[in-house]
Design a protein around this ligand. Structure first.
Ligand SMILES: Cc1cc2nc3c(=O)[nH]c(=O)nc-3n(C[C@H](O)[C@H](O)[C@H](O)COP(=O)(O)O)c2cc1C
Length: 357
């Protein structure tokens, strides 16, 4: 049995796992504005030398959100997956989630994450191993395929074969990364084919969109990633919309308060001011999509280097007319694109530096 959602009988909501984002601090900030029903950790990497990453374990051990946290794994070695599951089950996890979606070439070339979608036979072995090790909830998060959707049904049948308890489907192939149209009809297909509840994922930009996606897909709920960074009220708004109420209007003044809270939550001893500001810019690239239709906030925010400069920009764009509404949908054409805060060299897999909306 899945843990009950906050509103019995209502569609479920989940915060999507996002590397470098969904850490303890971010989970707590989201909970402040209205927690999702379920959280998922950033992925724990599993290989011969791996031990569960301490900073990810913190999001489980020190979870004060009141909501369950599923631990996500990425890997393909059966013995090391089993070993990691045994280690993780010593912690208060709601369940174990397998990543079958990460599209970063560095990852899929090792045949893990989205790379596994090319090999249903390997997924069969992995799910058999995990099912044998996990007495409680085993969940899977997958894309609809690697190049195309030719393996989709075969993999969906493995979800049933191994009694997976919850499936999340991101309606894009690995090749489609993060920008292509989401294939909600494939999510509907999964919902009809598998026994377990399905969470629909991909471009759920608002509570209204969540309701529309649920209506098209028949999913048991929604998983939301980037648009929860932009709008941390989104899970509360989903509950309002699911109950037939209008979601409250968020003002620019409230967004200023969110940014301040995020800044304080992500402050750690020894983190240089410039690096902290750069980290904030990665979140604000998404927030800025709802501030003004011209992207003026984004433009100014990207040029800041100090805390003082950053908050001066926030004050100018968010407090001068603090009563104005924050757009519930991202403004068309305002692109979340990291610029100077992106380190040189190849971007990290599935990190904020690698992904632009
Ligand atoms: C910065 C970032 C990091 C991500 N890291 C992970 C991850 O660790 N595990 C995973 O399964 N998906 C990861 N994803 C994919 C998201 O969970 C989600 O499937 C994707 O962003 C589509 O949902 P959205 O349109 O609501 O953002 C990541 C996405 C982003 C933007």
């Amino acid at each position: 049995m899945l843990p009950p959602g906050l509103v019995p009988g209502a569609p479920l909501t989940a915060l999507a796992p996002m590397q470098d984002v969904t850490d303890l601090a971010f989970m707590r900030v989201i909970a402040h504005y209205g927690a999702p029903d379920f959280y998922f950790t950033e992925f724990f990497r599993v290989h011969a030398q791996s031990r569960p990453e301490v900073h990810i374990l913190r999001s489980i051990e020190e979870n004060t959100t009141g909501r369950p946290v599923f631990a996500q794994l990425i890997g393909e070695d059966l013995g090391h997956l089993a070993r990691t599951v045994r280690l993780l089950l010593r912690h208060p996890v709601a369940g174990i989630d397998l990543n079958l979606g990460c599209p970063a070439p560095k990852v899929y070339r090792k045949n893990v994450g989205g790379g596994l979608l090319r090999e249903p036979a390997r997924i069969d072995e992995i799910l058999a191993t995990l099912r044998a090790e996990v007495p409680g909830l085993l969940t899977v998060k997958m894309r609809v395929g690697f190049e195309d959707t030719s393996n989709f049904d075969r993999i969906l049948d493995l979800i049933d074969k191994h009694d997976v308890d919850l499936l999340t489907v991101h309606g894009r192939t690995v090749r489609e990364m993060y920008h292509a149209e989401v294939r909600y009809e494939r999510i509907a297909h999964a919902t009809a084919r598998v026994r377990c509840p399905v969470l629909a994922n991909g471009n759920i930009t608002s509570a209204a969109r969540a309701a529309a996606v649920l209506a098209t897909t028949g999913g048991a709920g929604v998983m939301i990633g980037r648009h929860a960074i932009r709008n941390p009220w989104i899970f509360h708004q989903c509950r309002e919309v699911f109950a037939g109420r209008a979601p409250g209007v968020i003002t620019l003044g409230q967004v200023r308060e969110y940014i301040e809270r995020l800044f304080r939550a992500t402050q750690v001893d020894g983190l240089a001011e410039r690096l902290h500001v750069n980290k904030m810019k990665k979140y604000l690239n998404f927030v800025g999509q709802g501030v003004d239709p011209q992207g003026a906030f984004l433009h100014a925010m990207r040029r800041t280097e100090t805390e003082r400069e950053l908050f001066a920009v926030c004050d100018r764009h968010l407090l001068n007319e603090a009563h104005l509404p924050f757009s519930p949908e991202p403004y068309a054409g305002v692109i979340a694109r990291p610029n100077c805060e992106v380190p040189r060299g190849e971007p990290a897999p599935c990190s904020l530096t690698a992904i632009t909306a």
